[in-house]
Design a protein around this ligand. Structure first.
Ligand SMILES: *[C@@H]1O[C@H](CO)[C@@H](O)[C@H](O)[C@H]1NC(C)=O
Ligand SMILES: *[C@@H]1O[C@H](CO)[C@@H](O)[C@H](O)[C@H]1NC(C)=O
Ligand SMILES: *[C@@H]1O[C@H](CO)[C@@H](O)[C@H](O)[C@H]1NC(C)=O
Length: 440
């Protein structure tokens, strides 16, 4: 609790900081919009932001729990508006693990290399690698939206980000130059942009399953309108977002700061509406920060701790024991021919898998065929959950990208709650259905 109070205090002091640098634009948008495309070779979700002076479009892998935006500053970073953050500034003290003054840089000053700048640890959450880098500010520009079309581009002159290095890009999708951190951090993109433009501290992701049509991220409140004129911001179900009081991944000094990741309180799992017997202790975050249920856009398929994985997989297999299984395709276990499953509007016809969030009001996150069954080759679908092993120093459940596609997730940071619709396919639309035509 003490660390949470400190954390909130830090956020408050950042507000004072950002309020001094309101976007230099007369138009104040109600919301912003970023396109997101699924990369077919890595299954990463890639967005694009324009940064620097002159502006260049930068592709970034979406990192839902990431502390901030980081980009490669080693290669091709040219900008007349780049400003390093000084190591003795109040902004530097807001960062998770500032290592203090960067000391001396033995070359002429350039992005990523300035004397006495604030040194931090940008992390590639796909590879788990991090490095020392410089905290900096530069211009970014992003499309605004009225919820149903693109609006004017707005620019934010001093977005705080971290300088990564070229080697830190390893394992990221082709063409990507960094990661877009949407974590619950004072320098995360949602906090910075909502304060700059004074819209509610909320953002929503709607990931498309297509590798050729964009899904969307809305920063700010609804409406979120998809063709044919469906406002998917209506009819959300809410569940509390849980703060993990201990940061686990990366180089963080354990126990120092709350994690920036988004956790929810799964209390039970059902397959075909029947409770699956699992050790419920695993659903809680323990003193070391392990366990619990996290949502991640950098994990392609939901990862379950081994005992949960086995219980869910066995329950699934026995609930459709009449359907013949076909040879398993790694990393999956339960595979079936598409023909024998048949299809529905919500994907292959299989029993639902349900993450129970609140027993009393029967709030559940439901996974139907489109989110549970992965097409692995012609005519074969496999149950798309993977085994995380027994000795997991991680969350017990990490809900991954495939299970988030064509769902709407609204992260409300001010109220610390998640609004979700586990599939929008039932509303006769998809996350690839935003109308990207600008309204004049
Ligand atoms: C940093 O300081 C050292 C020593 O004063 C100097 O030689 C070097 O040029 C400076 N580098 C930058 C990037 O300012
Ligand atoms: C349940 O899981 C916890 C945490 O891993 C473990 O300490 C406990 O022994 C388990 N209980 C049972 C009954 O297996
Ligand atoms: C997309 O939006 C534009 C601008 O509002 C509109 O003219 C067009 O009809 C829309 N497209 C569809 C398919 O509705």
């Amino acid at each position: 609790m003490a660390s949470l109070a400190v954390f909130l205090g830090r956020i408050l002091s950042l507000f004072m900081f950002t309020c001094a640098c309101i976007a230099e634009t007369s138009f104040r948008p109600k919301a912003l919009l970023l396109p997101v495309i699924k990369d077919s070779s890595t299954n990463q979700y890639v967005t694009q932001i324009s940064q620097r002076t002159p502006l260049v479009p930068i592709k970034l892998t979406l990192d839902l729990g990431g502390e901030s935006l980081w980009v490669d500053c080693d290669k091709d970073y040219i900008s007349s508006t780049y400003k390093p953050v000084h190591c003795r500034s109040s902004l530097c003290s807001l960062v998770k693990t500032p290592v203090g003054c960067g000391g001396q840089c033995f070359s002429s000053p350039k992005p990523g290399c300035n004397n006495n700048s604030c040194s931090v640890f940008p992390e590639n959450s796909v590879s788990g690698v991090s490095t020392i880098g410089e905290l900096a500010k530069d211009v970014v520009s992003i499309h605004s939206t009225d919820g149903s079309n693109l609006g004017p581009v707005v620019s934010f002159p001093r977005l705080v980000f971290t300088c990564g290095a070229t080697f830190l890009l390893e394992k990221l999708a082709n063409g990507v130059k960094g990661m877009a951190g949407f974590g619950r951090s004072p320098i995360g993109l949602p906090s910075q942009l909502s304060h700059a433009f004074r819209f509610p501290r909320k953002f929503a992701i709607c990931l498309s399953s297509s590798t050729t049509s964009n899904g969307v991220i809305f920063l700010g409140d609804g409406p979120y309108v998809m063709l044919p004129n469906v406002d998917i911001s209506q009819s959300l179900t809410y569940t509390p977002l849980i703060v993990n009081p201990v940061s686990v991944p990366g180089t963080t000094v354990k126990g120092q700061n709350p994690s920036f990741e988004y956790y929810i309180g799964v209390k039970g799992i059902k397959v075909n509406t029947k409770v699956v017997p699992v050790n419920t202790t695993l659903f809680k975050i323990n003193k070391l920060g392990f366990g619990g249920t996290r949502i991640s856009t950098t994990v392609p398929y939901t990862v379950l701790e081994s005992s949960i994985y086995n219980a869910v997989t066995n329950a699934f297999i026995s609930s459709i024991s009449k359907v013949p299984r076909v040879k398993a395709v790694a990393p999956f276990k339960a595979c079936y021919s598409a023909k024998s499953l048949g299809s529905t509007r919500l994907g292959p016809g299989v029993p639902s898998i349900e993450f129970v969030l609140q027993n009393k009001r029967s709030v559940s996150w439901m996974f139907f065929g489109a989110n549970s069954m992965v097409p692995v080759k012609d005519d074969v679908f496999c149950l798309g959950f993977v085994d995380g092993g027994l000795d997991t120093k991680e969350a017990s459940i990490t809900i991954g990208g495939y299970q988030l596609e064509n769902a709407l997730l609204q992260f409300d940071l001010a109220r610390s709650r998640l609004g979700f619709m586990s599939t929008i396919l039932g509303r006769q639309t998809t996350c690839a259905n935003f109308n990207f035509t600008s309204k004049a």
